[in-house]
Design a protein. Structure first.
Length: 104
């Protein structure tokens, strides 16, 4: 694989690596810096939205904070209005698409 100068090298969950151009990386990912960066943990959020097609839908979002999750939900191309958002714990079982436990 050839990588351009300035590209970011990303390691996935299965220890796979790939290169991403700097402009794409900076528009896609959030860089966490500072004293809390080493302890940052991504959480899952479920957002209930009204879509541009005037239907109700939901988004499962990975984010570091509720504020970031709100931003992601509102930026989704199909989102017309954000109705609700809450942190969830995914409780998937074999044969189940997704089940969630809402963290109160």
């Amino acid at each position: 694989m050839q990588v351009q100068d300035g590209a970011y090298i990303i390691c996935g969950n299965a220890n796979e690596y790939w290169a991403v151009r700097e402009d794409i990386f900076l528009n896609t990912y959030n860089i966490i810096d500072g004293p809390d960066a080493a302890n940052a943990v991504m959480k899952k959020y479920i957002a209930i939205i009204n879509t541009i097609d005037e239907e109700e839908g939901w988004l499962l979002i990975d984010a570091f904070s509720l504020e970031e999750a709100r931003h992601i939900a509102k930026a989704d191309i199909k989102t017309e209005d954000l109705l609700a958002i809450n942190e969830v714990t995914v409780n998937d079982e074999s044969g189940v698409s997704h089940s969630f436990i809402i963290n109160e």
